[in-house]
Design a protein around this ligand. Structure first.
Ligand code: PGA
Length: 234
């Protein structure tokens, strides 16, 4: 019999929810809250999730200073935030791999666990460059990283769509990522998959090779999210 352990579910609420909408979800989700559930609300809605494990959706690499509009990892830690997404494909247009590396190190200095998103664009995929892109993102992004980190493999071209990669494609890529991480001497990590993880796709992508899932738009619908959570506990 195949035994599948309960998985981590990271909910990236992005910029979908107003304060009232986020409050409703926080109330409805409370009885399903556990240590494997990580909620990444918008910065404005964080106080609504104080009973949950909270992740920020990004942070800056300095603790304080004249950086208008940025969010300090130090201030996040003071607020009780435990995780921070870095290198999300929707933010990579502002940050190169070296900047993402600085953010990871700054987050870890403040005892936040970074959730590093990696993944190829459609352009790279069509040119057969997925392996090369993942290698670059991990090698530069994880330079000098020693503490715990989560890695989320998210093919950028499948974010916000209705289909995910096939289980075989996900597992092959995860095997490759684990090999790269071993070469980089990174052992204290969890490996997640994201990109159109929905109530409709989840059943087909449950895998022993993954520690969890990063859910975007669908996490803003409690019924659909609960179906995902249920599938990850079977
Ligand atoms: P999605 O987003 O689930 O809406 O595809 C995932 C993500 O952007 O992390």
């Amino acid at each position: 019999m195949v035994i599948i352990m309960s998985k981590i579910v990271v909910c990236n609420q992005k910029m979908f929810l107003s304060y009232d909408e986020a409050e409703k979800i926080s109330n409805e989700l409370l009885k399903y809250n556990d240590e494997n559930l990580i909620i990444c609300p918008s910065a404005l809605n964080m106080d609504l999730y104080s009973k949950y494990n909270i992740g920020a959706q990004d942070c800056y690499y300095e603790d304080s200073g004249s950086f208008t509009g940025e969010i300090s990892p130090y201030h996040l830690a003071l607020k009780g935030v435990k995780y921070v997404i870095v290198g999300h494909s929707e933010r990579r247009c502002y940050d190169d791999d070296k900047t993402i590396n600085k953010k990871i190190l700054a987050a870890q200095k403040n005892k936040l666990i970074p959730i590093l998103c990696i993944g190829e664009s459609k352009y790279d995929r069509d040119l057969n460059r997925t392996a090369e892109v993942l290698k670059r993102q991990l090698t530069i992004g994880l330079k000098n990283v020693k503490d715990e980190i989560y890695i989320a493999y998210e093919p950028a071209w499948l974010i916000g769509k209705n289909k995910s990669l096939s289980i075989n494609e996900i597992e092959d890529t995860c095997t490759y990522i684990r090999k790269l991480l071993k070469g980089l001497r990174i052992s204290n990590y969890k490996l997640l998959y994201g990109g159109s993880v929905t109530d409709l796709t989840i059943e087909n992508i449950i895998s022993n090779k993954l520690d969890g899932y990063l859910v975007g738009k669908t996490c803003c619908d409690v019924d659909k999210l609960l179906k995902i959570i249920k599938c990850t506990k079977m």
